[in-house]
Write a protein that binds this ligand. Structure first.
Ligand SMILES: *Cc1c(COP(=O)(O)O)cnc(C)c1O
Length: 239
């Protein structure tokens, strides 16, 4: 974790406000409700002080990729700032031996791609916590190198997750291929898949989340129904 304790608070807050402003503009442009897309602040590699600074401004949801770093931040904030009631999202790749830590410390997981991981998260979710909100990460551009569930296996995974009482399946997450960020293709196909699953599985009562859109493709993502944008660089600066 970089130690940027001397970051410029005014710049950080201004960046954050500007992103919120842009989200509002893009929502209005697409005739969507003003609160239809939630801002998830991606704080990976950034210091605790930046997180608490934004939390004091009213940012509630933060996302992290690196588990050890994330847990250190979550624990320190819970101890030192118990009044900040933050919601933590895990957006990194999930290794099998890391599921317990994820199940114990996060409210959301955006990167579920296989049943073995879902099964373990379900078993390891502590009983004093509400069910873990999960999103299926879809390898929407079918890239060999990329994480995510194959498009034609998503429904199989849905059918598995539905049976796990300690997981609440909320929707889909994507990271489009670099080339695809220049057109709307991946976003359109993800929105179609999202609606198709809603139709095929009416028992999914909480199917309401499309996690797509990062610093470079937020506008297109919002156009195609994103309900959560994951923004790092545009708020916190480069990594
Ligand atoms: C780092 C990261 C982001 C944020 O990306 P920026 O381009 O910095 O906004 C979003 N989603 C995932 C999965 C990431 O790993």
């Amino acid at each position: 974790m970089k130690r940027e304790k001397n970051f410029d608070k005014a710049t950080l807050i201004a960046n954050w406000r500007q992103i919120q402003q842009q989200i509002s503009v893009y929502l209005a442009k697409n005739n969507r409700a003003n609160n239809a897309t939630q801002l998830i602040a991606v704080s990976k590699t950034k210091p605790l002080e930046m997180i608490t600074c934004l939390a004091k401004q009213g940012q509630t949801d933060f996302a992290e990729n690196y588990l050890q770093e994330a847990i250190a931040k979550i624990k320190t904030i819970q101890q030192n700032y118990p009044q900040l009631n933050l919601t933590w999202h895990y957006i990194g790749h999930i290794q099998r031996n890391k599921t317990r830590d994820i199940a114990e410390h996060f409210a959301w997981v955006h990167t579920l791609e296989r049943d073995i991981i879902a099964k373990r998260l379900n078993e390891q979710r502590p009983s004093h916590l509400p069910p873990l909100n999960v999103l299926i990460q879809v390898n929407i551009d079918e890239e060999e190198s990329k994480s995510g569930c194959n498009i034609n296996k998503v429904e199989n995974l849905v059918e598995k997750i539905i049976t796990y009482p300690n997981l609440t399946l909320r929707g889909l997450m994507i990271i489009p291929a670099k080339l695809d960020k220049q057109n709307d293709n991946a976003f359109v196909r993800t929105q179609d898949l999202f609606h198709k699953i809603a139709k095929n599985y009416p028992q999914l009562e909480n199917w309401d989340t499309l996690s797509m859109g990062m610093s470079g493709d937020m506008e297109t993502a919002i156009k195609y129904g994103s309900t959560m944008v994951r923004i790092g660089t545009a708020i916190f600066g480069g990594r």
